[in-house]
Design a protein around this ligand. Structure first.
Ligand SMILES: CC[C@@H](C(=O)O)C(=O)SCCNC(=O)CCNC(=O)[C@H](O)C(C)(C)COP(=O)(O)OP(=O)(O)OC[C@H]1O[C@@H](n2cnc3c(N)ncnc32)[C@H](O)[C@@H]1OP(=O)(O)O
Ligand SMILES: [Co+2]
Length: 133
């Protein structure tokens, strides 16, 4: 079921400075995208084997605001793994006793694919996102 590591997400206090730092290391970095439905502005850093997703809160109800309040310098926010079938993955995750966040239904993520998030308290203290490949 679990597939490739699609991205490692880092919440940052200053998206431009973070993007420039990765650009300074020779990485190809996308332009910022405001994703109102996710409450974040996102920039992707392309790496040979995965991506870094740089996140900054967008809007008044961003789900990452309190994370940045607790981690003002920023920090690793979540990992995203690819799965072939997001519905089957959701069912398997719930069977393990873990909670799917939100209304439990997939949302369309930054890559136009269905994504779900699993509560960090149910997954070794780590926020895990699954994206349908
Ligand atoms: C770019 C689009 C998309 C993509 O396609 O890739 C995205 O990645 S969108 C990314 C932003 N969206 C989300 O993160 C949605 C899922 N997240 C949430 O619903 C919330 O962040 C949360 C996980 C429910 C936490 O919400 P919060 O308001 O911070 O609640 P608490 O402060 O009560 O936290 C509860 C508990 O969980 C710990 N926590 C919070 N965030 C994380 C984290 N990123 N990693 C690990 N642990 C986390 C927090 O410390 C609390 O623990 P205790 O204090 O011990 O209770
Ligand atoms: Co993500």
């Amino acid at each position: 079921m679990i597939g490739k590591l699609n991205h490692v997400a880092i919440a940052v206090p200053d998206l431009v400075a973070a993007a420039d730092q990765y650009r300074g290391l020779g990485a190809s970095v996308s332009a910022p995208q405001d994703l109102a439905e996710h409450g974040v502005t996102v920039v992707f850093v392309e790496l040979p084997n995965t991506k870094i997703e740089l996140l900054h809160p967008f809007g008044e109800t961003s789900p990452i605001t309190s994370f940045l309040d607790k981690n003002p310098s920023g920090g690793i926010h979540h990992l995203c793994f690819e799965v072939d079938d997001i519905k089957a993955a959701s069912a398997r995750i719930v069977e393990t006793g873990a909670r799917i966040l939100g209304d439990g239904q997939p949302k369309i993520g930054a890559h136009g694919k269905p994504v779900i998030f699993v509560h960090p308290k149910d997954f070794q203290g780590t926020l895990i996102e699954f994206e349908q490949a």
